[in-house]
Ligand binder design. Structure first.
Ligand code: GUN
Length: 285
């Protein structure tokens, strides 16, 4: 029997429906969530991501500002723009699209974003709050993974979760969130000996390594839940995850497809974070 699909598009749409209803309630109080996206330069992929974020804002009735800055923008110029957004009461979430052009340093820019508006969850204080279990704005892809699990009936509590990949953006935070959800978590990475052997012990396997089709059927325990965070462009132009879907699907119990699994959740969780930041700024929730 083949695995059941965890449909990220569908789950993402049901979260957006919940957001819409909250946005309507806020509108009655004269409150509108606002997101600023700052894009420096003209990286093609970033242009697409930023457009999609603005589209999501429009669809949900948010105030949205896309701030396009030229590739030659200076560090001081970018920091000034972040400060302007920090001070703007119509803006509840600030996202500086990464990567930045090479002459600009990311860290001082992320550090400059007000923690209360840090809808990416990348600020060191947000990371620290996540670590100690305080109520932080959580990074979008990791919190999307947790929502996918919970809303498909796979509470991580008491399960053995194995995470492959230790990036600051996905691997580390998703491990912390799984731990917070009472899973027993094993973190693996490129230097882990006998990765397939450890992966095979997982009730929940989360893969975020950026290597197309790395995880094969013999890495997976029969019936396991497999969450594929990978998004790799193949030579034929198609998208592939880090999991070899056709090989693994017959063995897993549940699996996320690529595209249509984790991907749609990221922007939706960004919208959820912006709503949360807006409610907090207005002393609600
Ligand atoms: N570039 C690609 N993904 C992301 C993201 O999640 N946040 C930001 N700020 N930049 C990105």
């Amino acid at each position: 029997m083949s695995a059941q699909i965890i449909n990220g598009k569908q789950i993402s749409e049901s979260i957006r429906e919940e957001i819409r209803s909250e946005v309507r309630e806020l509108a009655e109080k004269g409150i509108r969530p606002g997101l600023a996206v700052i894009l420096v330069g003209d990286d093609a992929a970033s242009q697409v991501y930023v457009r999609n974020k603005a589209k999501a804002c429009e669809e949900l009735g948010y105030h949205s500002e896309v701030i396009r800055m030229p590739a030659e923008t200076t560090q001081a110029g970018l920091l000034g723009m972040v400060e302007r957004c920090n001070a703007d009461p119509a803006i509840h979430g600030i996202l500086v699209q990464l990567p930045l052009p090479k002459h600009l340093a990311e860290k001082p820019v992320i550090d400059a974003i007000s923690v209360r508006k840090d809808v990416d969850g990348f600020h060191p204080v947000s990371v620290g709050n996540l670590m100690i279990g305080d109520d932080a704005l959580l990074p979008c892809t990791p919190s999307g993974v947790i929502e996918l699990l919970k809303r498909s009936g796979h509470s991580p509590a008491g399960k053995h979760a194995v995470v492959i990949g230790r990036s600051n953006i996905v691997g580390k935070p998703v491990s912390m969130l799984l731990l917070r959800e009472n899973a027993t978590v094993t973190m693996c990475h490129s230097r882990t000996p006998d990765l397939p052997e450890i992966a095979r012990q997982a009730d929940i396997l989360v893969v975020a390594v950026g290597v197309a089709k790395m995880v094969k059927a013999d890495w997976v325990k029969p019936g396991a839940v497999v969450i594929d965070v990978g998004m790799n462009r193949l030579e034929n132009g198609k998208l592939a995850g880090d999991v070899d879907y056709d090989d693994v699907a017959p063995k897993a119990g549940w699996i996320t497809p690529v595209p249509g699994g984790v991907g749609p959740m990221t922007i939706t969780m960004l919208m959820a974070n912006t709503l949360k930041a807006c409610k907090r700024a207005n002393g609600i929730g």
